[in-house]
Ligand binder design. Structure first.
Ligand SMILES: Cc1ncc(COP(=O)(O)O)c(C=O)c1O
Length: 464
């Protein structure tokens, strides 16, 4: 074992500060259940203190997931923390509110008949994507069987920049993933790439509305047109699931004319994360199908032992109901214009930041925050500096900013990028402070042996 992993016997215990040990305890075992418990205040203090080492969620520019809700929403969250979403017979109003959210989303995503759409709330987009993929697979199998054809070797098509959930789906549900490689010239899925990848074993095509690496939208409508054309030429009818994990709560407000949703007949299903730009705390996703008819009946279970007879389509059984109530709270609280205003503010901040970073000498933008409020950049190829984006990420961390640096997908993975996700609550003021810190960090890294400049010095140097 390397020496830095050496464990000392006392590591197995957590020492309790005497001031906290209100019941007189001095240690609790770290890896075993203690024989006796401690007082609530002591338990609280131990957990609370350990969390002090976690990053500050508001300065976490890596996550897409909600880190801020207003006090009334927090109050509702605490009041509803005991609701199990699956207990629909016991909590009929929580169930009714879930259904109302689904109808609101079906309208927002232009379902032909919002009341005929099928929808479910999930733990996040991952579960929603799994369900979307599963429906595509079962539909394909059923159709192949009807025509007496083999159901071997199903495949699913997406870009190599797809989020890991689709690799998981392919692996867990035994579907061949067909990646259309992204390239510097075409950094997202294209209609031509899709046409080269599909065949009669393709269960579906998954464009992403807001690629995780860069935030750019994949061209859903152009891909749909190419598939329409393919159907006309060959009879092959390939459905689409749109992974709108982030974009599902952005495009309806910032790009309402963009065609990506149920206005396109070929879009059978859509997922989005309530806990991303839906503005809810972690633990909520949504999956919607354009109509109940596109979901094979065998996937829907009738559960009767909770009191009523209830159809369920989900991977989990028990799941918190509070996040669904928070989603409805946001729908009521913000309305269309409120969401639009919040998302517009994020977009303005992200475009300002992108433009400023794009003007900094070492960097080149890969996206500018005009699709979802997310942008990414890399070092210019001609920069010969003695530091890279990992170093920049470390220096930014010293001031509390969490900005990840990571390689692009396979075949472009020699390129290191940095990405900022602008979320509600990342104000213009914070953004300007972030920019100051970026400039100081670059100055520091350029002259690595010099002292780290004082905030006031850089402010003078960079503010013009
Ligand atoms: C495009 C995309 N799909 C799916 C996911 C997974 O979503 P979740 O974290 O809600 O499970 C993400 C998460 O970042 C994503 O960006």
């Amino acid at each position: 074992m390397p020496h830095w992993h050496k464990r000392y016997p006392q590591d197995d215990d957590i020492a309790i500060n005497p001031l906290y040990a209100r019941g007189g305890e001095s240690r609790v075992p770290r890896f075993q259940l203690a024989r006796h418990g401690v007082l609530p205040e002591t338990a609280y203090q131990i957990v609370h203190d350990e969390l002090a080492l976690d990053g500050n969620a508001r300065l976490n520019l890596a996550t897409f997931v909600g880190t801020w809700m207003e006090p009334e929403a927090r109050r509702l969250y605490a009041e509803a923390a005991d609701k199990n979403m699956i207990d629909k017979d016991e909590y009929p109003q929580t169930a009714a509110i879930e259904d109302r959210c689904i109808r609101i989303l079906a309208n927002l995503w232009n379902a032909p008949d919002a009341h005929a759409a099928l929808g479910v709330s999930t733990t996040g987009s991952s579960e929603a994507c799994m369900l979307g993929g599963l429906v595509l697979k079962r539909r394909w199998q059923a159709q192949r069987r009807t025509h007496g054809k083999s159901t071997d070797r199903p495949n699913i098509v997406f870009s190599s920049a797809v989020q890991v959930v689709w690799e998981k789906f392919a692996n867990y549900f035994e579907v061949e993933p067909r990646y259309v490689d992204v390239t510097p010239e075409s950094p997202h899925l294209t209609a031509e790439g899709v046409l080269q990848a599909v065949d009669d074993h393709t269960i579906g095509v998954v464009p992403v509305l807001g690629v995780t690496y860069t935030g750019v939208y994949e061209p859903v409508a152009a891909i749909a047109r190419a598939l329409d054309d393919l159907q006309e030429r060959t009879g092959l009818d390939i459905p689409m699931h749109v992974d709108a994990a982030s974009g599902g709560f952005i495009a309806p407000f910032l790009q309402p004319d963009l065609l990506w949703d149920f206005r396109i007949d070929r879009v059978y299903s859509v997922n989005a994360s309530g806990h991303k730009y839906g503005l809810v705390f972690p633990g909520l996703g949504w999956a919607l199908w354009r109509s109940v008819d596109v979901v094979p009946k065998e996937l829907i279970f009738e559960v009767s032992y909770l009191g009523g007879n209830m159809p369920t389509f989900a991977l989990n059984f028990s799941r918190p109901g509070a996040q669904v109530l928070l989603q409805y709270y946001n729908f009521l609280r913000l309305g269309y214009e409120g969401y639009q205003e919040v998302q517009k503010t994020c977009q303005t901040v992200s475009q300002m930041l992108a433009e400023s970073i794009g003007r900094m000498e070492p960097f080149e933008l890969l996206s500018n925050g005009s699709d979802i409020p997310v942008f990414a950049w890399k070092m210019k190829a001609d920069q010969h500096r003695n530091w890279d984006l990992h170093d920049l990420s470390h220096v930014m961390r010293e001031r509390g900013w969490q900005v990840p640096a990571y390689p692009l997908p396979p075949k472009m993975d020699d390129i290191l990028i940095m990405r900022v996700v602008v979320r509600n609550s990342f104000s213009m003021d914070l953004a300007n402070l972030f920019l100051d810190d970026m400039k100081r960090a670059v100055t520091y890294l350029d002259g690595l042996n010099g002292p780290y400049p004082h905030p006031d010095e850089t402010r003078q140097a960079f503010h013009h």
